[in-house]
Design a protein around this ligand. Structure first.
Ligand code: PEP
Length: 252
């Protein structure tokens, strides 16, 4: 059984005080609900305050970062290392979000180094993949997504791959209010699973958790989550309001 995982990507929003209010408001509505692994991914500067709130309130939520460098330390101005995240009791890290690929030049090779480093440090990588509208319209979705998945997981051991979460996020659905249909999302998530099964074995494919992301809301989450290949959601805008994100986490 794959436990569903629903993560909120807060992106570059909120100062620490507001971030603490958000996580406290969220927990008030989902405390005791453990059918889903829920994760919050605040901006780096909010992580210490949110982490303290989680500990003080005994909130069993995952604490995720939105990016990290693969090295532990060194001359990498502006970067954050896995050791720094571990020191703040971070548990998860989003890697290769399309905004980082498109706006900050992240490559599949860099994503692969980050995924390897996250796993080596005991962090759960949430590795993102997804096609642009142009790529979808020109029939390239399968090539683009399978290539991103193969490159991102290159040279990993099968046992390691089971610990990765893959987030399928079609770029055209992110922040647009136009989510993929449940059928289309499931088709690509199934493709991701088959790609992983082909490269690392059927058991690994079966155990892999694949999230869908892109305009997930309380109104569409149940149908998405009912699909056989969708094991969770990566949520942007709708994770910034505690009541809305709580309804997503409690989708059942
Ligand atoms: C995201 O950025 O990961 C995302 C899915 O955003 P939104 O939910 O706002 O579409």
């Amino acid at each position: 059984m794959r436990k569903p995982i629903i993560a909120g990507n807060w992106k570059m929003n909120m100062l620490p005080g507001a971030a603490v209010d958000l996580v406290e408001g969220l927990w008030a509505q989902i405390a005791g609900f453990d059918a889903v692994e829920a994760v919050v991914c605040p901006p780096f500067v909010d992580i210490p305050a949110v982490g303290k709130a989680l500990r003080d309130g005994s909130m069993s939520l995952g604490l995720g970062a939105q990016n990290m460098h693969w090295e532990e330390s060194g001359a990498f101005t502006g970067e954050i290392s896995p050791l720094m995240l571990l020191d703040l009791e971070v548990t998860h890290v989003i890697i290769g979000h399309s905004e980082r690929r498109q706006l900050f030049g992240e490559t599949d090779q860099g994503v692969n180094r980050k995924v390897k480093s996250a796993l080596a440090h005991g962090l759960v990588p949430i590795m993102c993949c997804g096609e642009s509208l142009k790529q979808r319209e020109s029939g390239q979705t399968e090539d683009v997504v399978t290539n991103q998945v193969k490159c991102g997981l290159f040279e990993l051991e099968p046992a390691q791959v089971s610990g990765v979460v893959v987030a399928y996020e079609p770029i055209w659905a992110i922040g647009t209010g136009k989510a993929a249909t449940a059928g289309d999302a499931d088709e690509v998530c199934g493709m991701v699973r088959r790609t992983v099964a082909g490269a690392f074995g059927a058991d690994v494919g079966e155990s892999l958790r694949v999230q869908y992301g892109g305009s997930v809301t309380p109104d569409n989450v149940s149908e998405l989550m009912s699909m056989p290949n969708i094991d969770g959601a990566l949520v942007g805008g709708a994770s910034l309001k505690p009541d809305v994100f709580a309804r997503i986490v409690r989708f059942t």
